[in-house]
Design a protein around this ligand. Sequence first.
Ligand code: SAM
Length: 267
Amino acid sequence: MKEPRLVKFQRHENEQFSDFIKKLELQAVETAEERMPLYLKVGLKDASIVLDVGCGSGIVTRDIAHLTKGKVIGIDESSDMIRVAQKVLNRYRNVSLTVGKAEKLPFPDNVFDICVCNLLLMWAQHPAYVVSEMARVTKRGGKVLASLEPDYGGKLHYPEHAKVDSIFAGKAICDKGGDPHIGRKLRCLFVQAGLKTEVGIGNNRIWSCAEDKSYYLHARDFYVNALKHAGLTQKEIDEWEFSFLRSLDEGIQLNFFPQFYAIGAKP
Ligand SMILES: C[S@@+](CC[C@H](N)C(=O)[O-])C[C@H]1O[C@@H](n2cnc3c(N)ncnc32)[C@H](O)[C@@H]1O
């Protein structure tokens, strides 16, 4: 029997959502070594109340909940994400989760010791409002941290691939409504929110080919879908994937793109 269109569409949406969750999971594991020093630097250990804005599936929130003795609140605009996060965090008594917009945080002024976001500003429609809201709800003397905000303009890799490179150098992000150049804007966003600001690059290590391969294979559906969405044929995708994986197996592929962080102290 032919599958009805709506069911097919929903199945496609569900597959994309679970691909995205898989990508977030792996990303959280692979970036823990970059995020942990930042959490320690802003004083997460001794905080009594922390807000994780754009908490997504809660994998990063779980790292935060491990590191602090305080209470952690996670907020995300997507109720689907919050449902996943509730499962991921159901054994954590110090965490509570809520649905809400980062541009209009449902909290009074000056309540959180630390307000963090990971990989959010790139996806937020109004990043300037988000940072100023994060600054508003943070206590005086508290800290705002944005971690892992990439800048695809600084993406380097070799061997190159004429057709696919431009897609992964930002086009796929733009098509999904993200800002591939958010990294370079962090200082401006934080300073304009009235924060005493420090910016830096979080990832200063080049991954090995084995790490790149394992990341790619785990999140493969996400990348293949992005290429399909950009209009590549299955044959073109197969050819690219074959040469990409071969270069990783030969140990010659190098990939790097800078991921910035900003720490803002609220005066
Ligand atoms: C790339 S995910 C990152 C999730 C999580 N922070 C992590 O690192 O695993 C971005 C998340 O931000 C959420 N988001 C995007 N714009 C938002 C907004 N304006 N307000 C609240 N959440 C937002 C999305 O729903 C998504 O869950």
